[in-house]
Design a protein around this ligand. Structure first.
Ligand SMILES: C[C@H](O)[C@H](O)[C@@H](O)[C@@H](O)C(=O)O
Ligand SMILES: [Mg+2]
Length: 394
C-alpha cells in the first residue's frame, strides 16, 4: 500500500493554560512578581500577564491523512499562528506525503524567511512539525522516540521549575529551579532579596540538592555577574537566561565572569540551528535549552542537538511536555529534563500542559520510565472538554 498523503491541516486556538502555560489565574506562583525585561516599568512589575505574556494562547495543529489517521500538536501561538497555518503554510502541507517532513519544514521556513526566522512564525512551524511527527508515529504505530532512532536510557530524570524547590526535593526531583523575583530596577534591595530567597532555599534543601535561578531575560551583564558571584556561596548550579536572547556578546562575557564551576544556560527563546550556532560558536553557555515547540520543532531540534554535541554542550530542552520527553529519551547529551510545576502553589505534580492533553504522563518520584512513552506518536489525545475554535476556517 502506498504512503498516505495529507488531506487536511486545520489550526485551532485554545485558552487557559496548556501549551501557553503562562495563561493562568490569579495567585499562581508563575505570575508572582517575577523579574522580566519589563520590570523596569513599575506598572508591569507585579504580573507578567499585565504586559501580555499570555496574550497569544495555544495553537492546536491537526493534520489528517488520506487513510483517515489524524496527528496533532499544541504550542504557543494562538490566533496569529492559526492565520499563518491556514493562509500560508497549508499549501506546503496538503497534498504532501506523510513522510515529507524534511521537505515540508524547509518550504515552511524558506517561504516565511521574509517575515519569520524567530518567535511566532517559528512557533507556528514547530507546531506543524510536531503534528507531522505525531501523525507519522500514529500511521506507523510507533512512539516518536522510536522514529528518532530509539532511546539511549530506560528512564528519564527531571529537575522541577517552580516556587518550591524544597517540596520538589521531597517529591524526588534532582533539583529545583526558582524564578528570580527582582531585576536591576529594584536596586541593591532587590539584589539582597534575590540572594535571601536563594539562601533560605539552600537552608531548607541542604548542600547537595541542585538549585538554579531562572532570570527570564531580565538582567544586564554587571547585575548578573554580581548575582552569580554572591550566589556561588549558596551553591547555585546554574544561572539561566540572564540576558535578552540577542545579547550573544553579553552571554559570552557573563560566561567568562561567573565563578568557576557555575553553569550559564539559555536558549528557550532562541530559534533554529542558526540561532543556536551563534550561542555555541560565541561560547555563550554551557547548556542550551531550546523549547521544541518554539525552536522549529523536532526536525530542527535534531539538527540543533547535533551542533551542541559537537560543542560538548548539553541540550536540556525547556519544559514542553511529551514533545521534549520523547526527544530527551533519545539523546546521550540530554541526561535529564525539565518539569514545570504547574500547580498554583508548586506543591503537587500535575501534567505540564493541563488540561489540554489526555494521557499526558508526569514524573513519579522525579522520574519517568521510558515504557510510559510507548504509545504511537506522542501518545496523547486532545481533551474533548477543551472547546476548540477554528478562526480561519477554509
Ligand atoms: C519560571 C520562568 O520564569 C518561566 O516562567 C519558565 O517558563 C521558563 O523560563 C523555564 O525555564 O521553565
Ligand atoms: Mg527558563
Amino acid at each position: 500500500m502506498g504512503i498516505p498523503t495529507i488531506k487536511h491541516v486545520r489550526a485551532f486556538v485554545l485558552r487557559g493554560g496548556g501549551a501557553d502555560y503562562h495563561d493562568q489565574a490569579d495567585g499562581h506562583w508563575i505570575d508572582d512578581h517575577i523579574a522580566t525585561p519589563m520590570s523596569k516599568y513599575p506598572d508591569y512589575r507585579q504580573s507578567r500577564r499585565s504586559f501580555g505574556i499570555n496574550v497569544l494562547g495555544t495553537l492546536v495543529v491537526e493534520i489528517e491523512a488520506s487513510d483517515g489517521t489524524v496527528g496533532f500538536a499544541v504550542t504557543t501561538g494562538g490566533e496569529p499562528a492559526a492565520y499563518i497555518v491556514e493562509k500560508h503554510l497549508a499549501r506546503f502541507i496538503e497534498g504532501a506525503r506523510v513522510t515529507d517532513i524534511e521537505k515540508i519544514w524547509d518550504q515552511m521556513y524558506q517561504s516565511t524567511l521574509y517575515y519569520g526566522r524567530k518567535g511566532l512564525v517559528i512557533n507556528t512551524i514547530s507546531g506543524v512539525d510536531l503534528a507531522l511527527w505525531d501523525l507519522l508515529g500514529k500511521i506507523r504505530q510507533e512512539p516518536v522516540h522510536q522514529l528518532l532512532g530509539g532511546a539511549v536510557r530506560d528512564e528519564l530524570q527531571f529537575y522541577a521549575t517552580g516556587a518550591r524547590p524544597d517540596l520538589a526535593q521531597k517529591m524526588g526531583f534532582i533539583g529545583g529551579k526558582m524564578p528570580l523575583h527582582h531585576g536591576p530596577a529594584e536596586g541593591e534591595e532587590g539584589l539582597r532579596k534575590n540572594l535571601e530567597a536563594l539562601a533560605t532555599m539552600r537552608e531548607r534543601v541542604g548542600p547537595d540538592f541542585w538549585l538554579m535561578l531562572d532570570c527570564w531575560m531580565s538582567l544586564d551583564v554587571n547585575y548578573a555577574t554580581r548575582l552569580a558571584t554572591a550566589a556561588h556561596e549558596h551553591g547555585l548550579k546554574w544561572i539561566e537566561e540572564a540576558l535578552p536572547p540577542d545579547d550573544y556578546w553579553g552571554y559570552a562575557a557573563l560566561r567568562n565572569n561567573v565563578p568557576k564551576g557555575m553553569l550559564v544556560t539559555t536558549g528557550e527563546h532562541e530559534a533554529t540551528r542558526w540561532g543556536f550556532r551563534m550561542l555555541l560558536e560565541m561560547g555563550c553557555c554551557d547548556i542550551i535549552q531550546p523549547d521544541v515547540g518554539w525552536c522549529g520543532g523536532l526536525t530542527e531540534l535534531v539538527k540543533i542537538s547535533a551542533l551542541a554535541d559537537a560543542h560538548n554542550a548539553l541540550v536540556i530542552p525547556h519544559g514542553s511536555s511529551v514533545y521534549s520527553y520523547h526527544f530527551v529519551a533519545t539523546r546521550h547529551n540530554s541526561p535529564f529534563a525539565e518539569f514545570l510545576m504547574m500547580a498554583p502553589k508548586a506543591d503537587e505534580v500535575v501534567p505540564m500542559f493541563h488540561p489540554q492533553l489526555l494521557g499526558e504522563p508526569v514524573p513519579v518520584e522525579g522520574r519517568m520510565r521510558l515504557s510510559v512513552l510507548d504509545q504511537p506518536g506522542f501518545g496523547v489525545t486532545l481533551n474533548p472538554d477543551c472547546p476548540l475554535h477554528r478562526p480561519y476556517h477554509r
